[in-house]
Design a protein around this ligand. Structure first.
Ligand SMILES: [Zn+2]
Length: 117
């Protein structure tokens, strides 16, 4: 019966995303967001380019996927404008879809292996 036993270490990135979505609804997150925007009223990415742009999004420097433990740490937050935030989360989404692709390939391989066993 060891065959059907699931390893506890296995993390399902699909349910992780739901967990993150739920976290964004909490008052802890709302407070964190206000604290970050209060500290960084200007977009930090634009500021590095010498552009003054008001920050409208509180962004996690280390994403929730990488550092769930830092989700409510103000030091892990930065104020971004919508454009810079979309650029950043766009990159993260590409990384996520790569993981998804690998998972799909892996599960197909498992199915094939089972077929030929
Ligand atoms: Zn910006």
């Amino acid at each position: 019966m060891w065959r059907i036993k699931r390893k506890k270490k296995d993390v399902d990135p699909f349910s992780l995303r739901d967990k993150h979505q739920r976290y964004y609804q909490t008052s802890t997150h709302q407070r964190w967001r206000l604290a970050v925007l209060n500290r960084d009223p200007l977009c930090v990415e634009c500021e590095q380019q010498g552009v003054i742009e008001p920050a409208t999004v509180a962004d996690h420097i280390e994403s929730l996927t990488n550092r769930w433990d830092l989700r409510s740490s103000i030091d892990n937050g930065q104020g971004l404008c919508a454009l810079c935030h979309n650029k950043k989360s766009g990159n993260e989404r590409i990384a996520y879809s790569k993981v998804k692709q690998e998972l799909t390939v892996n599960s197909t391989m498992t199915e094939l292996n089972n077929w030929f066993e």
